[in-house]
Design a protein. Structure first.
Length: 115
């Protein structure tokens, strides 16, 4: 059974940076595509960034040039480096692992961007 645990959220001022981590437990990390999603109050969950099992990354237009997704196989961890944060980035950020019809979600970590 796969479990995902996110960490690294918190309160940051506009223009600041945070790095989120998602630790994968279970087997088969290398076969999963990994993604970061976010959901703000009253809004639908949206894809922020994803990274394939081969390391190919893609980003939502709203975060291109500011966020970077990466994965470290030795640590079974996926990261989301977030720079130049804006109040519009305030959300709960969720990690997702997917392979074929198997999909797993973490419980999320809250990011608040405010002065």
């Amino acid at each position: 059974q796969v479990q995902l645990v996110e960490s690294g959220g918190g309160l940051v001022q506009p223009g600041g940076s945070l790095r989120l981590s998602c630790v994968f437990s279970g087997s088969g990390f290398i076969i999963y595509s990994m993604g970061w999603y976010r959901q703000a109050p009253g809004k639908q969950r949206e894809l922020v960034a994803s990274i394939s099992r081969l390391g190919s990354a893609s980003y939502a237009d709203s975060v291109k040039g500011r966020f970077t997704i990466s994965r470290e196989t030795a640590k079974l961890t996926v990261y989301l480096q977030m720079n130049s944060l804006d109040p519009e980035d305030t959300s709960v950020y969720y990690c997702k692992a997917s392979y074929d019809d198997m999909v797993y979600w973490g419980k999320g970590t809250l990011v608040t961007v405010s002065s």
